[in-house]
Design a protein around this ligand. Structure first.
Ligand SMILES: *Cc1c(COP(=O)(O)O)cnc(C)c1O
Length: 441
């Protein structure tokens, strides 16, 4: 029962005299501390302080989304009556694994979807997307990507599927000009792919509002077409998900947003029940579907990661906002802007030269809790046309909800930064990078 006088300190969230929040003041202090530790000069501290002030209102908006999403996640846990026994796990076939089935239902609730499949046996986002696309298409069908060329690994998946007689092509549909959909979609079109995050593309990421319009336009033109969303990097950045606004199916990775930094591996697919049933059969075998799949000891991490995810995603977005503000103050081109509405956790910074990209990635690596002493080097990667440099010192291999950066070595030498379980890690990396690179001349 609630009793007694409120001891709530309202000053925590009110603006102080300098126009920042107490949270911003705390970060200012840690920047001063790092300035002494790393010998940062006054002009850099000034730029960082300005960047922090520019971040303040955007950070407040992030807090709002995190809080609302946390409420949604906690409600789903309570409605499904999660108990400790759900974490025990099964072995072998994994029949009757109550924790696995409950987690599927929790995901379905969070996504406003009929059904969900959440499994550590799905090894990555690409695997989840591949399962969904292959389950829902057959020879003779056509897939149209409506957001331009898909993510590199998804392109490889589509090329692989095309060897089985499913054709694909990519167009970029401007949401405002949805009329051209009549020319874009053909008799054969079975599935439209929409990628929420822009990835290495220079288009803006697609916010949920625009996605709702695009899906409505597709359904008005051809109600039978399946609208599928590659939701990687987008989960919980807004208060709605693609399946809340008409997407038939969406998929993503658990070592990105929804794993909350704790999931050691995994992927998910959510959407219409009939479609998810097909995906289950693809993952295991016809007749087995989602009835099998031992969880071993994994459930607790998937549950707890999901529980933390709204906050962790907020930290990642706040880090991205600060980097955006800092490098804008320093004169570089950045996407999105610090004050822009976001729908994913990725920040792009055009650094202009290969030397700057290397210096930035070295700073990211050196600000990491793991492998901070390692020097990242560029190299060839399968599926990528240019050499790529990556920096990540993560607890979970390749986890990009943890702070990480990557850059294809080509003009305009853009570095893509994402993740960060704790926003201060991105802030330190930004300071160290700024020290090496300096303002744009
Ligand atoms: C990361 C990502 C993928 C692929 O996910 P993996 O888990 O790396 O296989 C697909 N699409 C987008 C937009 C992504 O960001």
């Amino acid at each position: 029962m609630y009793a007694g006088r409120s001891t709530h300190r309202s000053s925590r969230t009110t603006l102080n005299r300098k126009g920042g929040t107490e949270a911003v003041e705390a970060v200012k202090e840690v920047i001063q501390y790092w300035a002494r530790t790393y010998g940062l000069d006054d002009s850099l501290i000034q730029d960082a302080t300005l960047a922090l002030q520019r971040s303040a209102s955007a950070w407040a908006a992030v807090d709002r989304v995190s809080a609302l999403n946390f409420a949604k996640v906690l409600d789903a846990f309570r409605a499904e009556r999660v108990s400790e026994s759900d974490f025990a796990g099964t072995t072998g076939y994994g029949y009757g694994d109550a924790g696995r089935e409950r987690l599927d239902r929790i995901y379905a609730r969070i996504f406003d979807a009929e059904s969900a499949l959440v499994r550590w046996q799905i090894v990555s986002g690409t695997h989840a997307i591949s399962l969904a696309i292959s389950a829902l298409t057959k020879e003779g069908d056509e897939i149209v990507s409506l957001t331009g060329l898909p993510h590199d690994t998804v392109r490889t998946v589509l090329d692989g599927i095309s060897r089985r007689g499913v054709r694909w092509r990519a167009v970029y549909v401007d949401v405002a000009g949805s009329t051209c959909l009549r020319e874009v979609l053909t008799e054969k079109t079975k599935l439209c792919l929409i990628q929420r995050s822009a990835g290495y593309d220079s288009r803006p990421s697609m916010c949920i509002g625009d996605m709702a319009k695009l899906i409505r336009a597709v359904k008005e033109t051809r109600p039978d077409i399946v609208c599928m969303v590659d939701n990687c990097y987008g989960e919980l950045v807004e208060t709605k998900e693609p399946t809340s606004v008409g997407a038939d199916i969406a998929a993503g990775s658990l070592i990105k947003n929804l794993g909350g930094g704790l999931a050691p591996t995994g992927g998910y697919v959510v959407g219409k029940r009939d479609f998810i049933d097909e995906v289950k059969d693809r993952l295991t075998a016809p007749g087995l579907g989602g009835e099998v799949g031992p969880t071993l000891g994994m459930n607790r991490l998937l549950y707890q990661g999901l529980f933390l995810a709204p906050h962790v995603v907020g930290e990642a977005v706040k880090g991205a906002i600060f980097l955006s503000a800092l490098f804008e103050v320093m004169g570089y081109d950045i996407r999105p802007k610090p004050e822009s509405r976001r729908t994913d956790i990725v920040q792009a910074i055009d650094l202009g030269t290969p030397g700057n990209v290397r210096a930035f990635c070295e700073a990211v690596q050196s600000a990491s809790p793991v492998d901070s002493y390692v020097k990242p080097e560029e190299g060839e990667l399968p599926g990528y046309p240019d050499r790529v440099i990556m920096a990540a010192g993560t607890f979970i291999q390749g986890a990009s909800i943890e702070f990480s950066a990557d850059a294809p070595m080509r003009h305009p030498y853009t570095v893509y930064v994402q993740g960060g379980l704790i926003k201060e890690q991105a802030i330190l990396a930004g300071l160290l990078a700024a020290k090496k690179i300096g303002r744009k001349s």
